[in-house]
Ligand binder design. Sequence first.
Ligand code: 6GU
Length: 224
Amino acid sequence: MRIDILTVLPELLESPFAASIMKRAQDKGLVEIHIHNIRDYSTNKHRNVDDYQYGGGAGMVMSIEPIACLIEKLKTERSYQEIIYMTPDGELLEQPLCNTLSLQGNLMILCGHYKGVDERIREHYITKEISIGSYVLSGGELAAAIVVDSVVRLIPGVLNDETSALTDCFQDGLLSPPVYTRPPEFNGWKVPEILLSGDTAKIEMWREDKAIERTKSKRPDLLK
Ligand code: 6GU
């Protein structure tokens, strides 16, 4: 998979992909992540990438020219399955969308800023708009990092134990059951006996019960 991220703040996207699973996925050649600075495609001498909005009103709008220029350039180099715009009015990011995106070859992600991008970018280039929740961030960069993380970890070979993505929270519509590690007792707080029993069938049933119990109490909306 190849992911191209278009941003006015490339420095915000350095560390999220430079460690742990995201770094290993790139080192193994399973994903290429390319960050592009929209400012490098500005056509004016001040390297501006935004302008006042037509009709008046507070807040700047991201200009069409540098973004269009960068998107066009990338599109001549390869075809993209999706050109995504990160925006609070987009489709809510949920696990099924992450699963779908993880099957794609090339993705482009445009990070919104200020009051947003000139609407013509959305009309003519964007194929999908994604929000990560009902709250407003200063820009789309952190949201884009979340999309990339949630998608890249699903690419086959990225996780050490491939089944671990299948047993993730949300993959079966349930939250994950509680987990424990050594010691078996701390401050008198004991690990549930059944987990030490070695009876794998019983343990599986216990985990299923706990997953349902936890989902009922914390996220009843998932059980509908
Ligand atoms: Cl994708 N962008 C911004 N600016 N705020 C958000 C968001 C995206 N998703 C939730 N809030």
